[in-house]
Design a protein around this ligand. Structure first.
Ligand code: NAP
Length: 225
């Protein structure tokens, strides 16, 4: 797959290196490619325009407070028809969310209706994104997006980072990106409590037997009252 990653920061470089090693054709898109060329390592650094132009999948790895302006400057036609994998979260200076009542993912989908936005990976530290097999136990990674085929494309890219099919949980449409982005309000205190940003999170269901017997007991109590 041809992947254009916007941002030459921590996340862009980690994902770029991992997908390149998995055999994808990857470039990093930078606002100042002449100054950031060395950041890419084996992954070429090009302009943001060139990164988008050559890509089947564009990855937004920029600060969530700057993403809309950057993508708008590239223009909706340049992004039309592409999958936009959005891993960004917007933070205010005081550590709050820049999209407290909704999500950046929804804002991007509204701004670029002809682009298929998928939110994923933003609940994880960059090293966990690319090395899930190194966690001490299984972890869940989430998907949010309105277009099923775009989500399938992202599933394949997650697989190439090491995420097994049963670790990927499709939450539904792009509105569910709120939950992923707002998870950062819990992510940071958890990281502070355990002394590391490098942890996973697994969704674990209560056994059906326990749920059923609890519901039967409750129904019996209600009918007796
Ligand atoms: N770090 C993590 O582990 C992690 C985990 C989950 C989610 N995220 C989210 O992923 C996104 C990227 O995180 P990161 O840690 O890679 O951030 P970072 O190290 O600060 O890198 C962001 C990159 O975005 C580009 N950029 C474009 N417009 C920008 C602007 N106005 N101001 C600053 N940089 C701009 C820059 O690349 P050029 O200078 O080359 O243009 C910059 O290097 C953020 O939204 C973050 O919340 C991060």
């Amino acid at each position: 797959m041809r992947i254009g990653i916007l941002g030459t920061g921590n996340v862009g470089r980690a994902l770029g290196g991992a997908w390149s090693a998995a055999g994808h054709e990857v470039v990093l898109g930078s606002r100042k490619p002449d100054e950031t060329a060395a950041r890419g390592g084996n992954v070429p650094v090009v302009s943001t325009q060139a990164a988008v132009a050559s890509a089947d999948v564009v990855v937004n790895a920029t600060p969530g407070t700057a993403s809309l302006d950057l993508l708008t400057s590239l223009g909706a036609p340049a992004l039309a028809g592409k999958v936009l994998l959005d891993v960004a979260v917007g933070f205010t200076d005081d550590g709050g969310l820049s999209h407290p009542g909704e999500s950046l993912g929804e804002e991007l989908q509204r701004a670029f209706p002809d682009t298929r936005v998928v939110k994923s990976l933003c609940t994880l530290d960059r090293l966990v994104m690319i090395a899930p097999e190194s966690l001490e136990g299984p972890s869940t990674v989430f998907l949010s997006g309105d277009d099923p085929t775009a989500k399938d494309t992202v599933r394949r890219l997650l697989h190439d980072l090491g995420w097994s099919p049963d670790s990927v949980l499709d939450l539904g449409g792009i509105a569910t990106a709120r939950g992923q982005e707002h998870f950062s309000l819990l992510f940071i205190p958890v990281a502070q409590a355990i002394g590391s940003y490098r942890f996973g999170l697994q969704v674990v269901k209560l056994s059906d037997d326990v749920t059923e017997s609890y519901e039967q007991a409750q129904a019996a109590a209600e009918s007796a009252s």
